[in-house]
Design a binder for this molecule. Structure first.
Ligand SMILES: *Cc1c(COP(=O)(O)O)cnc(C)c1O
Length: 356
């Protein structure tokens, strides 16, 4: 059970986060919908919790996703620091790289992607295709060796400075790391307000782990909310994810002078749905992708949201939630990735279905 002591009101939390510079990009509030047919597919209602989904895949910019919320704070920081160029380092199917490229276009900045090689470099599809369309400047790193990436980053920063530019290196900026956590403090308030209108309350929130889940958990603790956050790892051990989440949450709590700190007891991290590793599909994830699509017309991506949903589904089937529980799944986006995994997805569907 989550803490039930409210140490701040929702208004006070919104006011506190409101002290940070922010630009408005995201289409908010995103819808919050019920998933009755997915619930029915998982068992009789008496044994399955009521299921809701927060549609943060619909945040608006360039195929949306959770990172559009983050960018409202990060771009404000970029502008406040007088930067004209952003640099990210990531793989071809990175939502992070796609959305930095989109926001750069929107604000007249330049975005460089130091691109780490991966199996999804060819054919050019999904996020990488969108990066090209939106004019990203792509530097191909020869390997995923951290030392090589650091060298590329150092070289690019030096070159940009020499040319009179002001670069903002996203992986190195201290505030940048917790922009997502700050943004999801507000997302939590948005969710609670929408549930009030529906006359519902949630006992569990399930989402792919990261800076966003740190924000949801921290907000839950500050507000004495009734939910527990389940952060589902899509790559990385429980210990590592937990340590990162506490780090993000408590840096944000310090920055915003919040009256609480997050501890390991406040969140549940699951690392049993990763499969082989980040970016490699799992059978359970592909089943979650198919089932959610065929019961709710809701599309998940195979790398983040399908794995997170496979965790939710597995826990419902194993009876890990109690009768009377209500579970909210946060759809964090990632949709372009789906198109880069057509082969794996078709294989899991048993090939092309014919009706003749
Ligand atoms: C990046 C990402 C996440 C999780 O990481 P955050 O640090 O919270 O952004 C989850 N889902 C999707 C689709 C993402 O792109």
């Amino acid at each position: 059970m989550a803490t039930t002591i409210e140490t701040m009101t929702r208004d006070a939390l919104v006011e506190r986060v409101g002290r940070l510079p922010r630009v408005r990009i995201a289409a908010l509030p995103t819808p919050l919908e019920e998933m009755p047919r997915l619930r029915a597919a998982l068992g009789p209602d008496s044994s399955s919790p009521r299921l809701f989904v927060k549609r943060d895949d619909l945040t608006g910019l360039a195929f949306g996703g959770n990172k559009v919320r983050h960018l409202e704070f990060r771009v404000a920081d970029v502008l406040a620091k007088g930067a004209d160029t952003m640099i990210v380092t990531n793989v071809a199917q990175s939502n992070h790289a796609r959305l930095h490229t989109a926001v750069a276009a929107k604000f007249g900045l330049t975005n460089y992607i130091i691109k780490i090689p991966s199996k999804k470099d060819q054919p050019i599809q999904g996020n990488l295709l969108l990066d090209h369309i939106m004019g990203a400047r792509i530097i191909e790193a020869e390997s995923d060796d951290p030392a090589a990436i650091t060298r590329h980053l150092d070289d690019l920063i030096a070159r940009l400075h020499a040319d009179g530019h002001v670069p903002y290196a996203v992986p190195r900026d201290q505030f940048s790391k917790i922009a997502g956590t700050c943004a999801y403090l507000l997302a939590a308030v948005e969710i609670l307000g929408q549930l009030d209108i529906l006359g519902a309350s949630v006992t569990h929130i399930v989402m792919a782990s990261g800076t966003s889940t740190a924000g949801l958990a921290l907000a839950g603790k500050v507000l004495g909310a009734s939910y527990r956050v389940h952060a589902v790892s899509v790559g990385g051990s429980r210990e590592m994810i937990e340590a990162q989440m506490l780090g993000y949450a408590n840096s944000a709590a310090e920055l915003l002078d919040l009256p609480v700190r997050l501890t390991a007891a406040d969140v549940t991290v699951h690392d049993d749905y990763v499969g082989e590793r980040y970016g490699v599909v799992t059978a359970a994830g592909l089943e979650a992708l198919r089932l959610t699509a065929r019961t709710e017309g809701l599309i998940l991506d195979p790398v983040y949201t399908a794995k997170a949903m496979s965790g939710l589904i597995d826990r419902v089937r194993r009876g890990a939630f109690k009768a009377g529980d209500t579970v909210l799944f946060v759809h964090s986006g990632g949709l372009p990735i789906t198109f880069a995994y057509g082969e794996e997805i078709m294989e899991s569907l048993g090939g092309i279905a014919r009706s003749d």
